[in-house]
Design a protein around this ligand. Structure first.
Ligand SMILES: [Zn+2]
Length: 494
């Protein structure tokens, strides 16, 4: 990482280039002024430090999460930006208080584990069963072990995760493995950690709140030690002792800040990042960096006195990690105003340089995105992909037919630190974060100031057609939200 002074002079250099090239017309001037303000020296790094280091990991349902919401409200207030909390209902509480494992038999040691979110808990004596290696957990692997695994723990081997493709593969494989494991009547699942050495992380059980099995990820080197013993024909018994705090529905809050629009103020551009995080690390790349960005975007827009044509809302979504519940709650509560929402953008893939956008399988959104990126092509190159993305807070807007974007980023450290103990401030690419904030500023003001939005909200039929012609079903199943769409609990119903 370069020292601060060099970074700042780099911003100023880029900023000067913009002043030189963008001078035509008031609206074009808004883009240049906004972009330059984001590239100049702002408190974004200090905000990120406070959120990650002082508040720390902020899983939904914890005191730290409540503090983060208060902190976000205060930040908008200090910036002179109108903000309010937006309450919604979390369907259930899940927090790990303590998780221990003990292996006995041919080996005797205490492997490092983390409970998977929505894992069942155990009593204080734990649950004990034989551990059987199921390889990668493919259909063939399960067929091969047959009913040998009934009432046993299975050990699922994994590949080391290096990038975002690996992450999606992990989600996809886990959903299928868990279906097979349920069918086979296992006692519980032990995943070999997909991160290096002893790095622990949380990966949601695919059935979410409906999960009833104990499930853990075990530090990679510990799980490999078990796998070697099992492959050598030894037998192992494992005891999992999982102290889980669980409970029914509870209220939680998003923070929604707003810069009112001008001549098209009834139309809304909403951009957001989630303020909740997992708790092993401090939620820096996922997603503190982009929360700090939202606050800075609102702050600079207010400071510049720019009145966008459309209203811009800056959302700090909550309850994201446990099922995208904050944005779902907003979309349900504001269902009648969804026609007015012309754009919902989510920034949630870390702090690597933004290299394009996922435009949702909607060619008009894609071409509009190309257009708003044009004035900042010097911050590119950008290559967008016109595909729908499930897994962050654009989801419910997409299923309500609203034009939506997810920023795509250079992978940087996003994959290896994802939901892991290593997701801390020092992993954030601060220089890219600044440039990303300028990119998002240009895209946001581009949509907010456009003469015309070249697409309308999709009807239920059009959304169904999108589902049928893309891999949306596969993605929704991966995240355990397919049934909610089918049952009419999420998305546009009429
Ligand atoms: Zn995230």
């Amino acid at each position: 990482m370069r020292p601060m002074v060099h970074r700042r002079s780099a911003y100023i250099f880029v900023a000067l280039c913009f002043i030189g090239t963008l001078s035509m017309g008031q609206r074009r001037d808004d883009v240049a002024r906004y972009v330059n303000a984001m590239l100049a020296d702002t408190p974004i790094e200090e905000d990120l430090r406070e959120l990650c280091d002082e508040i720390g990991g902020r899983a939904s349902g914890t005191m730290a999460n409540l503090r983060a919401v208060e902190w976000g409200m205060q930040k908008f207030k200090d910036a002179g930006v109108r903000a309010s909390t937006d309450q919604f209902t979390m369907p259930g509480l899940w927090l790990e208080k303590n998780a221990r494992a003990a292996v006995s038999g041919a080996l005797s040691f205490e492997p490092r584990i983390a409970a998977m979110p929505y894992s069942a808990g155990t009593n204080e004596d734990g649950v004990t069963a034989e551990l059987i290696n199921i390889g990668r957990g493919t259909e063939e692997d399960f067929r091969w072990v047959g009913n040998l695994i009934q009432d046993k723990f299975i050990l699922v081997e994994t590949e080391e995760l290096v990038d975002i493709d690996g992450l999606f593969r992990e989600y996809e494989e886990a959903a299928a493995i868990e279906d097979r494991a349920y069918a086979a009547g296992v006692k519980g699942i032990v995943y070999m950690g997909s991160r290096r050495d002893i790095l622990l992380y949380r990966h949601n059980a695919s059935r979410g709140l409906l999960n009833t099995l104990p499930m853990v990820s075990m530090a990679r080197i510990d799980a490999q030690r078990c796998a070697r013993a099992l492959r050598a024909g030894e037998s192992l018994t494992v005891t999992l002792t999982l102290d889980i705090e669980s409970g029914g529905p509870y209220p939680l809050e998003n923070v929604i800040a707003e810069i009112p629009g001008g001549d098209k103020k009834d139309e809304i551009v909403i951009i957001g990042a989630h303020i909740d995080s997992w708790d092993l690390g401090t939620g820096a790349n996922d997603n503190g960096c982009n929360v700090a960005m939202m606050i800075d975007l609102a702050r600079q827009l207010k400071r510049l006195g720019i009145v966008p044509r459309r209203t811009i809302r800056f959302a700090l979504w909550n309850g994201e990690e446990q099922g995208l519940y904050g944005s779902m709650g907003y979309a349900q509560k504001h269902a009648r105003e969804m026609d007015n929402h012309v754009m919902a953008m989510s920034i949630d893939i870390g702090s690597g340089r933004i290299n394009g956008f996922f435009t949702g399988g909607r060619p008009e959104v894609y071409s509009m995105t190309q257009k708003v990126l044009e004035p900042i092509k010097g911050l590119g190159p950008f290559e967008s992909a016109d595909v729908p993305i499930v897994g962050t807070d654009n989801f419910d807007f997409m299923m309500h037919g609203v034009g939506n974007l997810v920023a795509n980023h250079e992978p940087q450290l996003y994959g290896p630190t994802y939901h892991a103990a290593s997701d801390t401030y020092d992993k954030v690419d601060l220089q890219s974060l600044k440039i990303n904030s300028a990119i998002i500023a240009a895209v946001t003001i581009g949509f907010a100031n456009a003469d015309r939005i070249p697409y309308a909200r999709q009807s239920r039929e059009e959304i169904e057609a999108l589902v049928e012609t893309t891999d949306l079903e596969v993605q929704m199943r991966m995240f355990g939200i397919w049934d909610q769409w089918i049952e009419g609990k999420r998305g546009r119903v009429e």
